[in-house]
Design a protein around this ligand. Structure first.
Ligand SMILES: Cc1cc2nc3c(=O)[nH]c(=O)nc-3n(C[C@H](O)[C@H](O)[C@H](O)COP(=O)(O)OP(=O)(O)OC[C@H]3O[C@@H](n4cnc5c(N)ncnc54)[C@H](O)[C@@H]3O)c2cc1C
Length: 423
């Protein structure tokens, strides 16, 4: 693996056969997460593909010329031309391998696959999920000198990193950007010395054996497991929703509101998330139409009052969406008036859906005890019904799902586990 600068690009990339180029930056957690994966793949594919790195901050001209706007970004080249899919953000090992495999012969792919040696690593505690709940458990365990690994399919931080502002996390006088709060939480846990395996594919979890397989070839074995996988947005399951997800329909205002400057959007939902995120969207969009099935919002009063006082906002109460489709550069939403049963079509630039959340438990099989809504039941010490398996945060059955309640769960689980391991 080699580091290049802009002046080397012509010779090292354009005149070479096969190249993968990593644009990285300093103080960039996803770049740090990528570095060991890039290095290990260079050792495997290095005979066929040249692995190069460019420090983006000092080679801005090259980054701009190639349209690279974020770090890390991996760009793949074959005989001087860009090939494959550009990868950016929390890049998974499997995504890089997919691109690399398409650049080499099928025989070579097979020989690489058969040469990969699975291995096992051992920890006292494995935490699945690194949102506030998992990160707090990781911090307490690390400070108690318990050998701990945190595993996440994405980057550390969970929902908080996608929340534009958090105003109710104690200790800060002013509202904090969610990404900053989650960054500080994960850096604090990292600095203590916890091991992070992030942006990985979690392919198998065996709760009885306390084994987790990541990226197909690494097995993590632990004495105790903490499930901290949080929740994912619910789908409406309305015609066109899956087809236009990411192409006009979004579930994340922090990620996508910026694309709707001076445009009109529809927000579906009426709980806290819908009302707070709609408020955020009004900073960009010229008009926000809320569609809500009931005759008033369920969100907290303060958030409702703020939203409803905003002249950019209008509300269709007692309406539900029935289908989504595209009409030229607009999205079309068919809505039904639940009182009259009449339908009509609304045109908009984009749609945001916030209709609740569901627990991320698909990987864990059927032996865990759940409540009626599919959340994991625990006792007060965060123990599930399975021996040495704990659950913390939003994935757990409880009344209030907030950052403060997730970190409280993480604290309780970690202190209990530390005592059990010590006894
Ligand atoms: C839009 C929105 C705004 C919010 N605003 C606020 C607010 O202002 N104040 C407040 O207190 N709370 C707020 N909340 C709630 C708060 O974000 C959550 O209560 C909190 O993040 C829960 O933390 P957690 O660690 O349990 O789960 P999460 O934050 O959901 O983190 C779960 C982690 O697990 C990972 N994961 C998922 N599946 C797997 C898997 N199979 N294997 C490995 N890893 C996996 C995810 O990638 C994620 O990193 C908001 C929530 C939303 C959705």
């Amino acid at each position: 693996m080699k580091e290049i600068v802009s002046a080397d690009f012509e010779k090292e990339v354009l005149q070479a056969d096969k190249v993968v180029l990593d644009f990285y930056s300093s103080e960039c957690p996803p770049c740090e997460a990528l570095a060991p994966k890039f290095e290990s793949l260079a050792a495997i594919y290095g005979d066929d593909v040249k692995f190069l790195k460019v420090f983006r901050q000092q080679n801005r001209d090259l980054a701009e010329r190639l349209g690279v706007h974020g770090s890390p970004t991996l760009v793949f080249f074959e005989k001087g031309r860009e090939v494959g899919i550009r990868l950016t953000g929390g890049i998974k090992r499997s995504e890089i391998m997919h691109n690399l495999n398409s650049m080499i012969s099928p025989d070579k792919v097979n020989s690489i696959k058969s040469s990969l040696k699975p291995f096992t690593s051992h920890y006292d505690v494995a935490i699945i999920g690194s949102g506030p709940g998992g990160l707090t458990a990781g911090l307490y365990l690390c400070q108690a000198r318990v050998n701990t690994v945190l595993i996440d399919t994405g980057l550390p931080g969970g929902h908080v990193s996608l929340t534009h502002q958090v105003s109710n996390y104690p200790g800060f006088i002013d509202p904090q950007p969610g990404y900053m709060l989650s960054h500080n939480m994960s850096e604090q846990t990292k600095k203590c010395g916890s091991v992070f395996k992030v942006a990985v594919d979690v392919t198998k979890v065996d709760l009885e054996q306390k084994e987790i397989v990541i990226d197909e070839y690494e097995t993590i074995r632990a004495k105790k497991l903490i499930i901290a996988t949080g929740t994912s947005p619910n789908y409406l399951n309305v015609t066109g929703e899956k087809e236009f997800k990411g192409k006009g329909i979004s579930y994340c205002a922090t990620c996508d509101a910026k694309y709707y400057v001076d445009k009109e959007v529809i927000v579906i939902g009426g709980g806290n998330s819908a009302v707070e995120e709609a408020e955020f969207i009004t900073k960009f969009a010229s008009k926000v139409t809320m569609i809500h099935q009931f005759d008033k919002f369920q969100a907290n009063k303060q958030a409702q009052e703020k939203l409803l006082a905003n002249p950019r906002v209008q509300v269709l109460y007692r309406h539900e969406p029935r289908s989504f489709s595209r009409m030229g550069d607009k999205m079309a939403v068919v809505v039904e008036d639940l009182a009259t049963k009449q339908t009509r079509e609304l045109l908009t630039d984009g749609i945001f859906i916030f209709v609740g959340l569901k627990p991320n438990i698909d990987l864990f099989g059927g032996n865990l005890e759940l409540d009626n809504w599919g959340y994991l039941k625990t006792d007060e010490d965060m123990r599930t019904n399975l021996k040495d398996v704990y659950a913390v945060g939003d994935v757990r059955s409880k009344k209030y799902r907030q950052i403060t309640t997730a970190i409280a769960d993480g604290t309780i689980a970690a202190i209990n586990i530390t005592r059990e391991l010590d006894s």
